[in-house]
Design a protein. Structure first.
Length: 155
């Protein structure tokens, strides 16, 4: 990918989607971007992690010619893409073919209680890498404490 093309793409990605951005590189490697630190003449400096690892916060110096493509790891509607490019959005563009189909009957019509659609803080952070790491660490600590408190079966 050319430097100017990569700059153009990265400038169009909304800031809140930057952490979902993946730079696919030559030789089947990829970097999930956390922050773009610098845009130099011949390379890009990003903080992130290599795909397939959970080593976060690493610094990468990525030559522009090694970037094959940029991927955003989330479903985008046509309307979102048009907004990225400053185009007019129609109601038809708002249709999301990947959205879950809604129930045929509304909860009120079926006699069910309406469900609160407001996400809980835990649901909002469920896919946050820091929250996942924290929960994994807590699970390991709990397992170690349980193992340490179990009496020996040898005698």
């Amino acid at each position: 990918m050319l430097r100017d093309d990569l700059f153009d793409v990265l400038e169009r990605i909304p800031e809140f989607d930057l952490t979902k951005t993946v730079l696919q590189l030559r030789f089947n490697s990829a970097i999930t971007v956390d922050v773009i630190c610098r845009k130099e003449e011949d390379y890009l400096v990003v903080r992130g992690r290599e795909a397939g690892t959970n080593d976060e916060g690493r610094l990468f110096f990525v030559p522009y010619e090694d970037v094959l493509y940029v991927k955003i790891d989330k479903v985008y509607k046509t309307a979102d893409v048009k907004r990225m490019y400053g185009e007019k959005v129609t109601a038809e563009d708002e249709y999301d073919p990947f959205a879950q189909p809604e129930a045929a009957a509304t909860p009120a019509a079926a006699g069910a209680k309406p469900v609160d659609a407001t996400p809980t803080p835990a649901a909002i952070n469920a896919h946050d890498p820091a929250t996942i790491a924290k929960n994994n660490l807590l699970a390991r600590i709990r397992a170690a404490r349980t193992a340490a408190g179990v009496p020996s079966t040898n005698g």
